[in-house]
Ligand binder design. Structure first.
Ligand code: FAD
Length: 369
């Protein structure tokens, strides 16, 4: 039986896939969901960026995957495949990090098993408009429930370096010159220090402040119900300050980072400087453009419907929905980077699941009303 789709997911990346597997696990059929994206492979953006910085291990842990339920996570799967309890023991101590390859296999499996292809439509959505009983997506139709997962709106370059022939963004394909300056001090920068050193380069780390050392991209407490409740209690100004704090650069602690750097310092091949001074190649490990204004679709939605914002964030309810456009007849949810007001780690797989589960529960309430 073919039904008019009730849900649309805009953005066919990992956030879109996580939302899709969650809806499917919750009982929705492929013909009830339309996914709009610019590449049928949900891993394509992630893969290109991970390959560019030669990332081998995920920063996330066992629960960083695209299936709907957190358990069994990637540690259980690795334990079964490797016939070893080691992944499980590491997971208990929060030390298990799947390889990027294992993670990508999981994405492929989730894509194949979920029916993704049956719901996927190739094409960019340019306009979302709230109307009675739902949302119009360009001329694709009316959907009562829409989850936007457009990802980051673009790569950020330091002023004056975009277009400079010496510079490349860390998330763009590149090799290493003999003298490399890496701007930034987060996970991508740290990965690039080691890559360039391994390639035989001399490396200057350009940074304004010392990076924090923490395993996950935000403090672990924000992945717990209690930590999130505290985050949700924070008033607007306090929440903006917290979110700005999370943008400060960080990379994980551990000798796998410290030892090669210490050896390179001793050999005169790695040093820290506050500003650029004429390196042959400049790698901008400076992340993404931040804020809704950089995404034309989301910026237009904010403008057209006068949505509440705070600094560069769209204000969301704790369940990741836009209150002004969500009621018993319709739902608008934001997942991924755009959903940070509801979950500080919205751009992680765990954060994407958080938005997806609330979205599913609203769809279910609507169906049974
Ligand atoms: C190198 C790297 C390593 C990472 N490691 C981890 C990790 O270890 N653990 C973790 O949890 N997270 C990690 N992340 C963060 C996160 O998982 C990724 O950024 C992930 O790709 C985000 O998924 P997304 O769907 O939000 O965005 P994307 O993967 O960028 O997908 C969004 C898609 O939507 C499309 N789109 C945008 N606008 C529209 C529109 N208007 N219409 C149709 N399509 C549209 C985009 O073109 C894109 O294809 C990592 C990120 C990077 C870059």
């Amino acid at each position: 039986m073919n039904r008019a789709p009730t849900c649309a997911i805009v953005g066919g990346g990992l956030g879109g896939l996580v939302a899709y597997t969650t809806l499917r696990h919750g009982g929705l059929e492929p013909d009830e969901i339309d996914v709009f994206g610019v590449d049928a492979d949900p891993a394509s953006t992630f893969r290109d960026r991970a390959v560019a910085i030669r990332q081998r291990q995920m920063r996330s842990e066992s629960d960083g995957h695209c299936f709907a339920t957190s358990f069994p996570g990637l540690a259980v799967r690795a334990a079964l495949r490797r016939r070893s309890v080691r992944p499980l023991l590491e997971s208990v101590c929060d030390r298990y990090h799947p390889t990027v390859e294992e993670f990508l296999e999981n994405v492929g499996e989730a894509r194949a098993r979920s029916g993704w292809e049956e719901s996927f439509h190739l094409g960019r959505i340019d306009r979302v408009r709230a109307v009675d009983g739902g949302f119009l997506l360009d001329d694709a139709g009316l959907y009562p429930h829409v989850l936007l997962a457009p990802g980051h709106p673009g790569l950020a370059f330091p002023p004056d370096l975009e277009g400079d022939p010496r510079s490349v963004h860390a998330y763009q394909a590149h090799d290493y010159a003999d003298d490399v300056a890496v701007v930034g001090a987060g996970m991508a920068a740290a990965t690039e220090w080691l890559n360039a050193l391994e390639a035989g380069a001399r490396v200057v780390s350009i940074r304004r402040r010392e990076p924090a050392r923490r395993p996950l991209n935000v403090e672990r407490q924000y992945f717990t119900r209690r930590g999130l409740a505290g985050f949700h209690r924070a008033g607007s100004e306090e929440r903006v300050a917290l979110l700005r704090g999370f943008l400060a650069p960080s990379y994980p602690p551990g000798e796998e980072w410290d030892e090669p750097l210490a050896r390179a310092v001793a050999a005169g091949r790695f040093r820290v400087e506050p500003a650029l001074n004429g390196a042959e190649q400049v790698i901008c490990a400076t992340g993404f453009c931040r804020g809704f204004v950089h995404d034309p679709l989301v910026a237009d939605l904010v403008r057209e419907h006068g949505l509440t914002t705070a600094a560069s964030w769209i204000v969301l309810d704790p369940d990741s929905t836009v209150r002004a456009l969500t009621d018993e007849t319709r739902t608008l949810s934001l997942a991924g980077a755009a959903g940070q007001w509801a979950h500080p780690a919205a751009d992680t797989l765990v954060g994407m699941k958080y938005a997806a589960r609330f979205f599913l529960s609203r769809v279910r309430q609507w169906r049974t009303r």
